[in-house]
Write a protein that binds this ligand. Sequence first.
Ligand SMILES: [Zn+2]
Length: 184
Amino acid sequence: MVREEIKAQTKLGRIMKEYSDKGKLGPDEIMIKILAKRLRKPDCKKGCILDGFPRTIKQAEALNRILMIDLVINLDVPDEIIIQRLSNRLTCKRCGAVYNKLTLKPKRDNLCDKCGGELYQREDDKPKIIQERLKVYRKKTEPLIEYYKKKGLLKDVRCDDLMIPPEVIVEKIKLIINRFQKSK
Ligand SMILES: [Zn+2]
């Protein structure tokens, strides 16, 4: 959603881009504004999955005021895997499709399979910025694990092998969601 705002060069998007280029999180009040706007669309009536949000306790508290949360899934990934994955990630300049030099290579070097656009390394996927993102994660996001554990909502999915295909992780997540729905 943030990337959409950035791409559309809205006022909110321009503010968020400055933060994201430095590996930093945008201000909470702007994140919540973007989210609340999105949740009002009809496709959210039956529920939604938030990917990578909230990232701070303050955001989680703000979220409680606009949404009731059923389940929180923590993708538990060791730092070295995160570094390997991000530092090898390539993004299409034209359509935003994501590739990986190790695990998901494009058919032609540096060109997007889907649209033929040029691939590049995002500013926030460069090593120095990755370190900064991990630091920010420890300080601001990791406390959410305790926060949601105490509420009894947290489920961990461990991903400690770079070569595990994303579909396998998706299946594990679906299993957790199915189990939850049956228990309701
Ligand atoms: Zn593309």
